[in-house]
Design a protein around this ligand. Structure first.
Ligand SMILES: [Zn+2]
Length: 135
């Protein structure tokens, strides 16, 4: 089953390294093996449907069908190995000290984001102490 939990992130400015870091929070989703298998099969099904649909496109089907067929398995394998994802959250900008929205990301341990107010280039890294040991 997918578990959602709050994780704290340390926020650094990528442009002004001398600014003291601030803190933010993201919601991360962690999938168990059964959920990852379901996600992978769903991805495989979706992309095999696109592959089948591409059969009916004249001329282009010579390229699309083999490409999409291989991509279906590559993307499903990628989904099978995806254990964690960030659903986004909020953080305090180290430069303007306003609260900004952290975008959802495939990566839950290191995220780059821009401040909504001053557009500062920010880097968020997880505080590893609150991450469980990987399976
Ligand atoms: Zn800012």
């Amino acid at each position: 089953m997918a578990t959602r939990s709050e994780a704290t992130m340390t926020i650094h400015s990528r442009d002004n390294r001398e600014l003291p870091p601030t803190q933010g929070k993201i919601i991360r989703v962690i999938w168990d093996k059964a959920e990852r298998t379901r996600n992978a099969l769903r991805t495989l099904g979706t992309w095999l449907t696109f592959t089948f649909a591409a059969v009916f496109i004249p001329i282009l089907h010579w390229v699309l069908v083999p490409t999409l067929f291989v991509a279906s398995f590559v993307l499903a394998l990628d989904k099978l190995n995806e254990t964690m994802r960030s659903e986004g959250g909020t953080g305090e900008c180290p430069k303007c000290h306003q609260t900004f929205k952290v975008q959802a990301s495939k990566w839950a341990t290191r995220v780059t984001n821009n401040c909504d107010h001053c557009h500062e280039d920010l880097e968020l890294t997880s505080n590893y102490s609150d991450y469980p040991a990987s399976e």
